[in-house]
Ligand binder design. Sequence first.
Ligand code: SF4
Ligand code: SF4
Length: 93
Amino acid sequence: MNSVADRLYTIRFKVDEKSHLVIDDQQTCLACKTKECTHFCPADVYDWHEDEKMTSVAFENCIECGTCRIGCPEHNISWVYPKGGHGITYKFG
Ligand code: SF4
Ligand code: SF4
């Protein structure tokens, strides 16, 4: 069975310079107890930085699964499809 890393390797990215994922309010993240975004994202886009008290967004790794549209318990992530021609291309499937 291929690992997730192996499968992600089959995806091509064309990275936009502007993030299509935005944390609306970092204070909400600070108060968030579960930091679920750091668990549900299959591409490890979200990371909580305790020293800076903020959630970082590695948007260039996003595989556009859409989970964060519904996964954040505070509805604190704004999500749009990358603008035309950017984002991912699935090579197989
Ligand atoms: S789950 Fe939502 S509110 Fe909590 S840290 Fe992640 S983005 Fe912020
Ligand atoms: S759409 Fe999916 S892959 Fe992209 S940031 Fe949200 S959970 Fe992660």
